[in-house]
Design a protein around this ligand. Structure first.
Ligand code: HMH
Length: 223
């Protein structure tokens, strides 16, 4: 029988690449408590990610518009609307953190890797991008982040106090359940998709994971 969900086959096939994102040296340094949360790292985690999230909003809006045109879309729409609401909350959190650490969000200059990632998001907002492909990107973006920070919180971690809240924001179980809902939407939408769309979605998944690695590579300052 072949009822293994598509996302599960990708995870098995691309495990090493995926772990390269969720177990990135920067993430491991947070987990181990060896991260130096100097102004530079704060600028990355708060300032660069704020820029990313601002570009993420129109992308999510485009996925929401696509979901409305899908048959049996009631639950998809609700999950995506919840995602939008949590982004509104995230933006407020970035503002709060920025003022705490005196990071000026309006003067943060996006780094190359971030600009490239934001452009990638923009390229996925067009009408020609199929719903399962866009949903795949959405799920992968949220899941990589969730699993990275959840890993920091797993037993044996020594997350520094000042990063505890950050890890909990994305690593909490509720956010994990939300990511599973996104994954279920991807798997369901791919069940009816053509082989061409399935392979486009897989390429999109891999691109997200690569962009996430590049995002954390900025932490070494030479990205
Ligand atoms: C770089 N990826 C990055 N930032 C985020 N905030 C998320 C994913 C999840 O929202």
């Amino acid at each position: 029988t072949n009822n293994i969900p598509v996302t599960e086959t990708w995870m098995r096939k691309h495990r090493l690449l995926y772990d390269g994102a969720t177990r990135h040296p920067f993430i491991l340094s947070i987990r181990q408590g060896s991260v130096d949360f100097s102004s530079f790292k704060r600028w990355l985690v708060i300032g660069q990610d704020y820029i990313f999230v601002r570009s993420f909003v129109p992308f999510v809006a485009s996925v929401l518009v696509k979901s409305c045109k899908e048959p049996n879309n009631e639950s998809d729409m609700e999950v995506l609307l919840g995602g939008m609401a949590s982004l509104a909350d995230e933006i407020n959190w970035f503002k709060k953190e920025a003022s705490k650490y005196h990071v000026s969000l309006t003067s943060v200059v996006p780094q190359n890797a971030n600009v490239t990632y934001c452009r990638f998001l923009e390229s996925l907002t067009g009408q020609e991008i199929e719903y399962p492909v866009a949903m795949t990107a959405f799920w992968a973006i949220e899941s990589v982040y969730q699993q990275s920070f959840a890993h920091c919180l797993e037993e044996g971690g020594r997350v520094p106090q000042e990063l505890q809240e950050t890890c909990e924001r994305w690593g909490n179980e509720g956010f994990g359940a939300y990511c599973n809902s996104l994954r279920d939407i991807v798997d369901r939408s791919l069940q009816k998709a053509s082989a061409e769309v399935i392979s486009k979605a897989e390429v999109c998944f891999l691109s997200v994971v690569e962009h996430e690695v590049e995002f954390w590579n900025m932490s070494t300052g030479d990205a």
